[in-house]
Design a protein around this ligand. Structure first.
Ligand code: GBH
Length: 478
C-alpha cells in the first residue's frame, strides 16, 4: 500500500525522534507499549463474506438454484427487486478479492461454500466442477499465505431438497454434504464452520415469512424446523470429524447478546441467565447437549420432536464457537421467575445505516464473556462484526466512512477488554471484505470496507480498509 515498509517507517520515525531529543514509543507488530490496546500474539485478523452475497455466476458450471435465488426473484421481496445473480461477480473476480485481503495484510478469510454448486440437487451425485472452483479460490488464498475458514452453509439451501428445513432428511443431506466437502478439501482447509446463524434460516424463513423461503408455519412446525437446523449442525460436526480428522470444527452463530444495563453483580447475573434462556433453542442446546427445561416447558405441546441420538449429535464437542456480533440487548435483574427483564430502546438510541443495527460496542465483550462464563468453550472467534453506512464516493474518489471506523474501533476496544481479561478469543473476522448482496436490502445497504461500484464491479478501499490495515499491522486498536 505504501512506498516504504512499516518497519522502515518505524525506524525512520524513531531516528527522527532521537535527533529531536525525545523518545517515542516504537509501536510496531508484537510490541507492547503503555496505553496501547494490543491483542495477544498470533491473534487472527480476517474478513468475512458469504457465497450468495458475493459470487454471482448463479448458473455457471452446473450450479442450480438455492432458496435465495428463488426468493429474491419473487417480485416485492427484496429492495428494488435486487438478486444475487451477479452480486460482486467474485466467482470470476476472486483473484482480485484475494488481492484486497493481501493488501490489508489479513491473515485469514472466512468464506462460504454454495451447497448447490457442489450438490446441485442438494444430494445425490456431486458436481465436481462446483468444488473445483473452491479449490482454485483456496489455492489462491494459500499462495498468498491467507488461512481459509470455511462456512458450509450460509442460508443458500438447494431449492431441490424436498420440504427444505421442514424435512429431517435435509439435516441428513447436510451431514453428507459436509462430510464430502471436508474430505475433499482437508488438504487445503483446517477450519470449518457448519452453519451460519440458525435463527435466520429457521425462524426468519419458516416462522416469520421474512427470509427465504418465506413461510409462516405454526409454532410446532416452526420449532421442528429449528430442531432440523441444529441437528444438521450436529451431523455436520460428526461428518467433518469422520472425514477430516485434523480439522478444527465450529460454527458461526448470532447468539442474542445480553448486556447488563449496569455492570454490577445482579445485572451481570441477569445477563448470564438471559443468554442461556434467550438462546435456548440454538446455542444453549448445542453447548449443553439438551434443550433447557424452561424452553421445553414454555413450548409445551409445541416442543420439537427429538429422536434418539439427536441431542448427542447436537451437543458434539466443538473446537471453537464463532460469534457473529452486531448489536446489544440490554437486560436488568428483576424479581420475575426468570430473573431478568429486557429493556426497550428509546427512540433516540443511535443506529447505524440498517434499522436493526443499534450501536452498542460493549456487546462484543459481553458476547464473549457470557458464552465463556456459561459454557467455557475451548476457543472463541468473532466470525462477523461490522456495520452498514451510507457510503458516498467523493469527487476525488475517496470513501470517508468515519462512522464505520468509529463502530469498528469501539468494538475492537471492547474486544480487547475480553482478551486482556483472559477470555480465549483467537481471532476476528470483519463483515465484510466488500459491499455485497445484503439479502432483503439488496444492494442498498453497504457493509464492506471496500466499496463496490455494482455497475462496473470496481472495488475501492474505503477509509475503514486503510484503518483496518493499520490495526492488523500493529495487532492493536488504532
Ligand atoms: C449477518 O446477520 C449475516 O450473517 C450476513 O450474511 C449479513 O450480511 C450481515 O449480518 C449484515 O446484515 O430485517 O429487521 O428483521 C446479522 C443478523 C439477523 C441482522 C436478521 C438482520 C434481520 C433484521 N441479522 N436481521 S429485520
Amino acid at each position: 500500500m505504501k512506498g516504504i515498509t512499516r518497519r522502515q517507517f518505524g525506524k525512520a520515525a524513531a531516528a527522527a525522534a532521537a535527533l529531536a531529543g525525545v523518545s517515542l514509543p516504537e509501536i510496531s507488530r508484537g510490541q507492547q507499549a503503555p496505553g496501547v490496546r494490543q491483542f495477544p500474539p498470533g491473534f487472527v485478523w480476517g474478513c468475512a463474506t458469504a457465497a450468495y452475497q458475493i459470487e454471482g455466476a448463479v448458473k455457471d458450471d452446473g450450479r442450480k438454484p438455492s432458496v435465495w435465488d428463488v426468493y429474491s426473484h419473487i417480485p416485492g421481496k427484496t429492495f428494488n427487486g435486487d438478486t444475487g445473480d451477479v452480486a460482486d461477480d467474485s466467482y470470476h473476480l476472486y483473484k482480485e478479492d484475494v488481492r484486497l485481503l493481501k493488501n490489508l495484510g489479513a491473515g485469514a478469510y472466512r468464506m462460504s461454500i454454495s451447497w448447490s454448486r457442489v450438490f446441485p440437487e442438494g444430494k445425490g451425485a456431486p458436481n465436481p466442477l462446483g468444488l473445483d472452483h473452491y479449490k482454485r479460490v483456496l489455492d489462491e488464498l494459500l499462495a498468498n499465505s491467507i488461512t481459509p475458514y470455511v462456512t458450509l452453509f450460509h442460508w443458500d439451501l438447494p431449492d431441490a431438497l424436498p420440504g427444505g428445513w421442514q424435512s429431517r432428511s435435509t439435516s441428513m443431506a447436510f451431514g453428507d454434504y459436509a462430510g464430502y466437502v471436508a474430505r475433499e478439501l482437508q488438504d487445503r482447509v483446517q477450519h470449518f464452520m457448519t452453519t451460519n446463524e440458525f435463527v435466520c434460516f429457521t425462524d426468519l424463513g419458516y416462522r416469520f415469512a421474512h427470509f427465504a423461503p418465506g413461510m409462516s408455519l405454526p409454532p410446532r412446525e416452526a420449532n421442528q424446523v429449528r430442531h432440523h437446523g441444529i441437528l444438521a449442525h450436529g451431523l455436520g460436526v460428526q461428518a467433518i470429524r469422520a472425514n477430516a480428522p485434523r480439522a478444527q470444527v465450529g460454527l458461526a452463530e448470532n447468539a442474542n447478546v445480553y448486556v447488563p444495563v449496569i455492570e454490577d453483580e445482579r445485572n451481570i447475573e441477569a445477563a448470564r441467565r438471559a443468554t442461556r434462556d434467550g438462546n435456548a433453542p440454538f446455542l444453549t442446546a448445542l453447548m449443553e447437549g439438551n434443550y433447557p427445561q424452561s424452553y421445553l416447558e414454555r413450548e409445551g405441546a409445541n416442543a420439537p420432536h427429538v429422536e434418539p441420538g439427536d441431542m448427542k449429535a447436537i451437543g458434539s464437542r466443538l473446537d471453537f464457537v464463532g460469534l457473529n456480533v452486531y448489536t446489544p440487548t440490554y437486560v436488568r435483574a428483576d424479581a420475575s421467575p426468570r430473573g431478568y427483564a429486557i429493556e426497550t430502546y428509546p427512540s433516540s438510541y443511535p443506529k447505524m445505516a440498517s434499522p436493526w443495527l443499534y450501536l452498542g460496542p460493549e456487546c462484543i465483550y459481553w458476547a464473549v464473556r457470557n458464552v465463556c462464563d456459561l459454557w467455557k468453550p475451548a476457543a472463541i472467534y468473532i466470525t462477523e462484526n461490522g456495520c452498514s453506512a451510507d457510503d458516498v464516493v467523493t469527487p476525488d474518489g475517496r470513501i470517508e466512512d468515519t462512522d464505520r471506523v468509529m463502530y469498528l474501533r469501539n468494538h475492537l476496544t471492547h474486544l480487547h477488554r475480553a482478551t486482556s481479561e483472559g477470555y480465549p478469543v483467537k481471532g476476528y473476522f470483519l463483515w465484510s471484505l466488500l459491499d455485497n448482496f445484503e439479502w432483503l436490502d439488496g444492494y442498498s445497504k453497504r457493509f464492506g470496507i471496500h466499496y463496490v461500484d455494482f455497475a462496473t464491479e470496481k472495488r475501492i478501499p474505503k477509509l475503514s480498509a486503510e484503518w483496518y490495515c493499520e490495526v492488523i499491522a500493529r495487532n492493536a486498536v488504532v
